[in-house]
Every structure is written in structure tokens, then in C-alpha cells.
Design a protein around this ligand. Structure first.
Ligand code: HEM
Length: 509
């Protein structure tokens, strides 16, 4: 009989999940050499039963991602606008975990897809975890969270064919034209960044920085890459999708492994509440930026990533970030999209990871004491032992006073209840971006090509509506996209121009 040595090179004895040493790791217990296996073989059942349950639900959006650890260091004093402990003094360092992602694809999808990139940062501060859950674009497609589930449906797979659906994609965007500013970002080469290291991240939404004296400011956060912004062309991105689908993931891991640590500089745009009321743009509308000429960037600090995870599933897949994870000194604004997000993330994580998701080591705050939250699946923390599980005068808790400040009630009261119709004002920043693209050679041409090589596959009616949308950005842009898309649509009735694809299609006939 062959005897297996049940020990790894590190000298650890291999066991079942209950710790019983195992001698034969690669053979089941059988009744004789050709007999059936035995139910008493706990090693076999333990192994298979665990394997059968290995998959957890993937994130409903942002399923494909990569992550790393690092630290954030304050380089400039901003204690005049926030009392957040993380910003309390120059030189203060805070450990962070970061997760990058694409949005629409499944967990195994290609990194180079045309899509916004998620860039979420978990700051482990002394006063709780602060999550900055941003994207690499400063704006978003919609400005009311009620549209998010239906918007995402149109970017994912068709319910009947299970294929990506260009008609649904453009149908939604062209019938919800507040999307135009983000569409301009997405279909420029910025929609296909060269790597996660070569892109920025933005809060997008307006947040509040608060102080203990009751005052507050409205802020938007910008983390600018110190590696320089670099992008892929449409054709390069398409090539990578088949030749190196995990391109971004590989690049991030390799760069950190070789000690080439990527970094970003944090800036804030700061708006006084009184100025916010008079501001040209609604500060609760996430489809709009605050032009830098009106609200300059103020330096805050530096983020650096310098450590790879040692286990992807434990540390990155199980990471649970939420815009609702805030700390004293940082508060949400009345932005209706942000308000919807405050609910959505933790709700999704209770489904994805279970109600005790905050106890998973990657999510656990530095200091936590909330003994009224008890039990539930996987209460792996001490579960607060014999401490009272209700507020009790027998054993009073200590409560720390945190910032209190007057809300901005009368103004936000009218802003958030109204449905914001699309107006010509929604196209002003999109037109500005079109002009900015014109300053770099080839960028406007790439934009037309990027749109038309996607839009041509949409239904006739949807294509026509979308041309009109782009004409509102710039008359000539509408004409150029129409010409290029119609040409591509006609060409595909005959052949795609991709020799291999055309030959394979012919073989199907
Ligand atoms: C109302 C609008 C939105 C809703 C309802 C929503 C909802 C969600 C949900 C449910 C997840 C998965 C969370 C998880 O399972 O861990 C997610 C992930 C994410 N969302 Fe949103 N989202 C919205 C808008 C946005 C916007 C505007 C941004 C960027 C400014 C954004 C950035 C992200 C990022 C970066 C992730 C991935 C986080 C990670 O790496 O785990 N989302 N979103």
C-alpha cells in the first residue's frame, strides 16, 4: 500500500476541517480495491461538501476587480474645514485597502472593457472605517437612484438572448439624456484606461466636511494619479480583451510586487453652503462637475499602494465598502443618488456576505464595540460575551459626542423632491468636454469611432434618437456619428471586416 506523507513543505500536518490528521489525502475509503466508497469517509465528504459551497454571489455590479493595501498620508492642513481624525495633522498616516473594478461585466469578464472603473478606498481610521467609493469619472449617467437598477439592466445581458444588447444600451442612454456628460467621458479614450494605476478616482457626489463648532462645507474629492493619465484606443482594448483579459489585474499585482508602488494625490473642492445655493450647477446633481476655475482644487494628502493581498477571496472579494461608512467630520449631502447608495451597499453585502460582514477581518474596524448587535450567521467575533445586549443603567455605555450642525433644510427641501427634467443646461458641460477632446490630436476622431463601432449594432430607431442626442452636444458631432454608424451598420450586413470572424460566420451557414 502507498503511504502518503500528510505534511506540507512548511511542516504543517494536513487535517480535515475539524482538525483530525489525514493520512491519505488523494484516495477515498472504499470497500476493497473496486468497491463503493464509504459514508464514514469524513475527509471525502468534508472536502466535497465545502467545495460545493465555494461560490458566493458575485457583486451585482463591479463584479470583476483587483485590490491592494497601502497608506494615506496627510500633506496639507485642512482642519479649518473638517474635524475628521484622519485629517487631524500633517504627517498622519492611515492604513487603507483599495479595490478597483469594472462595472457591467461578470467576475470573469475582460479588464479592458469600455466601462467606468470603480476605485474604492477603505480608510481604517481611529474613529471607524471611512469608505470612499468612487469611480474614475467625475460624473455619472443618472442623477436619481430610482433609475439605477433599470439603467444597469440595460448595460448587462438581454433577458431572452443572454447577450449584451447595444439597442437596450443606447435606448436607455438616449431616452435619459442627463447621461450625456458621462457618455462623453465613457466613449472618449478615457473609457478604456491603460491600467488601474494610470487613472484618477472621484467622489462624484457632493459630501459635507463638518466641524465640531457646527459649521460645514460642501466638498467633492479628487484622487489624481501620480503615474499620469494613460488610455487605450478602442482597438487596443479589443485586442487585450482576447489576448490578456486580466491585463489590469496583472499590471497592478506585478507593479506592487516589483516595488513600483502607485500613488495618488488627494485634492478637495470646497464650496461654502451660502455659495452653493447661488452656484450655477445644482450641487446635488452627480451628472455635473464643479469647474476648477470656479472651485479650485485644494491639496490634502497622498495615497500609496505598497502591499498585495495574500489571499484574493479573503481580502478583496470579501471587502465590503459602502458610501454609508462615514466617520465624524465627513457626512453625506442631500444628493438623491448618494442617498440611495447609502442604503444599497450594506444591503447588498448582507446578502452577499451575511449579516456579520463587518466582522470579516478585511472589513473589521480598528476599534468597535456594538454589543446590541448579536448572533446571526458566523458571529466569529467574541459576540460581546456577557455584556448587556440592550442599553442598561446597570452598565452604562460611554457615548462620544460628535459634530452637530444645523441642516440646510429649507434649500435642500425643495431641491430633492423635484424630478429634474433634462434641459439644454445638461449639454453645456458635455460640449465643453467635446472641445477639450479637440485639444489633443486624434481624440475627437477616436470618440466618433468608439461610439459608432458600438452604436451601429443598435436598432434603427435607437440609432436615430442617439444621433440627435449627440447633435445637441455639437451639430457636427451628430452628423459625424450618424455617417460612421450607418456605414458600419451597412458593412456588417455584408461582412464585419474581421477576417477570422467573417470566415467563422461563413462556416456556420
Ligand atoms: C443609486 C446609484 C447606485 C447604486 C444603487 C449602486 C449600488 C451598488 C452596489 C449594490 C454595489 C455592490 C456592492 C457590494 O456587493 O459590495 C456597488 C458597487 C460599487 N459602486 Fe455603486 N451604485 C450606485 C452608483 C454608483 C456611483 C455613482 C459610483 C461612483 C461614484 C459607484 C461606485 C461603485 C463602486 C466603486 C463599487 C465597487 C465597490 C467594491 O469594489 O466592492 N456606484 N454599487
Amino acid at each position: 500500500m502507498v503511504t502518503e506523507i500528510a505534511a506540507s513543505s512548511t511542516g504543517q500536518v494536513y487535517t480535515t476541517s475539524n482538525g483530525r490528521p489525514v493520512t491519505y489525502a488523494t484516495a477515498s475509503q472504499r470497500v476493497g480495491p473496486n468497491g463503493p466508497i464509504l459514508l464514514q469517509d469524513f475527509h471525502l465528504i468534508d472536502l466535497i461538501a465545502h467545495f460545493d459551497r465555494e461560490r458566493i454571489p458575485e457583486r451585482v455590479v463591479h463584479a470583476k476587480g483587483a485590490g491592494a493595501y497601502g497608506e494615506f498620508e496627510v500633506t496639507h492642513n485642512i482642519t479649518d474645514i473638517t474635524s475628521a481624525d484622519i485629517f487631524s495633522k500633517i504627517g498622519k498616516k492611515t492604513k487603507v485597502a483599495v479595490r478597483f473594478s469594472t462595472v457591467g461585466g461578470e467576475k470573469g469578464s475582460a479588464d479592458s472593457a469600455r466601462d467606468p472603473r470603480g476605485f474604492a478606498i477603505k480608510f481604517y481610521t481611529e474613529e471607524g472605517n471611512w469608505d470612499m467609493v468612487g469611480n474614475n469619472t467625475p460624473v455619472f449617467f443618472i442623477r436619481d437612484g430610482v433609475k439605477f437598477p433599470t439603467f444597469i439592466h440595460t448595460q448587462k445581458r438581454n433577458p431572452q438572448t443572454n447577450l449584451k444588447d447595444p439597442s437596450a444600451f443606447w435606448d436607455f442612454l438616449s431616452s435619459n439624456q442627463e447621461s450625456i456628460h458621462e457618455v462623453m467621458h465613457l466613449f472618449s479614450d478615457r473609457g478604456t484606461p491603460l491600467s488601474y494605476r494610470h487613472m484618477d478616482t472621484y467622489s462624484g457626489h457632493t459630501f459635507k466636511f463638518t466641524k465640531q463648532d457646527g459649521s460645514f462645507k460642501y466638498v467633492k474629492l479628487h484622487f489624481k494619479t501620480n503615474q499620469g493619465n494613460k488610455t487605450l484606443t478602442n482597438d487596443e482594448a479589443a485586442h487585450l480583451a482576447s489576448s490578456s483579459p486580466d491585463w489590469h489585474t496583472k499590471d497592478l499585482f506585478s507593479a506592487i510586487e516589483r516595488g513600483d508602488y502607485p500613488s495618488w494625490t488627494l485634492y478637495v473642492q470646497v464650496l461654502d453652503p451660502a455659495d452653493a445655493e447661488k452656484f450655477r450647477w445644482n450641487i446635488f446633481d452627480v451628472t455635473k462637475i464643479w469647474p476648477h476655475a470656479d472651485v479650485p482644487l485644494r491639496s490634502v494628502g497622498k495615497l500609496i499602494l505598497n502591499q498585495n493581498p495574500s489571499n484574493y477571496f479573503a481580502e478583496i472579494e470579501q471587502m465590503a465598502v459602502s458610501p454609508a461608512h462615514l466617520v465624524p467630520g465627513i457626512e453625506p449631502s442631500a444628493d438623491p443618488m448618494l442617498q440611495a447608495r447609502l442604503f444599497s451597499y450594506s444591503d447588498s453585502q448582507r446578502h452577499r456576505l451575511g449579516v456579520n460582514y463587518q466582522q470579516i477581518p478585511i472589513n473589521a474596524p480598528l476599534h468597535v464595540y456594538s454589543p446590541f448587535q448579536r448572533d446571526g450567521p458566523f458571529a466569529v467575533h467574541s459576540n460581546y460575551g456577557s455584556d448587556p445586549n440592550y442599553p442598561s443603567p446597570l452598565r452604562p455605555l460611554t457615548y462620544k459626542p460628535v459634530d452637530e450642525h444645523p441642516a440646510h433644510e429649507y434649500w435642500i427641501g425643495s431641491a430633492v423632491n423635484a424630478l429634474q427634467p433634462v434641459t439644454d443646461g445638461d449639454f453645456v458641460q458635455a460640449t465643453r468636454l467635446w472641445e477639450v477632446l479637440g485639444r489633443t490630436e486624434g481624440q475627437q476622431e477616436n470618440f466618433v469611432y468608439n461610439v459608432s463601432s458600438h452604436l451601429f449594432a443598435a436598432k434603427d430607431e435607437v440609432r436615430k434618437r442617439t444621433y440627435k442626442m449627440f447633435a445637441r452636444v455639437d451639430k457636427n458631432l451628430g452628423v459625424r456619428i450618424e455617417e460612421a454608424s450607418e456605414k458600419a451598420a451597412k458593412a456588417t450586413e455584408v461582412e464585419t471586416g474581421d477576417r477570422v470572424l467573417d470566415e467563422l460566420t461563413a462556416r456556420l451557414a
